[in-house]
Design a protein around this ligand. Sequence first.
Ligand SMILES: [Zn+2]
Length: 118
Amino acid sequence: MVKCPACGFESPDGASWCDFCKEPFAKKAAPPEIPDAPPSGPSKEVLARAAQDAALARDLLRSDQDKIPAAPDWLRWAAWLLLGAVVIFAMTMLGIFLAKRSAWEDDAAVSRRFEQRP
Ligand SMILES: [Zn+2]
């Protein structure tokens, strides 16, 4: 077992960082900075801090969910209208392009017919 120098948590041999606090280990297992650290497991201070952080994260998450309002109905309708307008515009441009192309092809066919006359 490798004891974390930061929190005292015991990680499996060969671990590159602490399983509990993610403190990176030196290549050669360094002796713990505090000789009187608890024999196993994280210290009470670290556990208390982790519990505080978890509670704080939960509170932040909850308050964020309360703060973000749902999109209002008019915004949803505006988005759908914009999407519809873009689709209609694209279809119109495609129709104009195809119509012009077929007109050009008709012109080319007429020209060929005239050219083929003796
Ligand atoms: Zn640690």
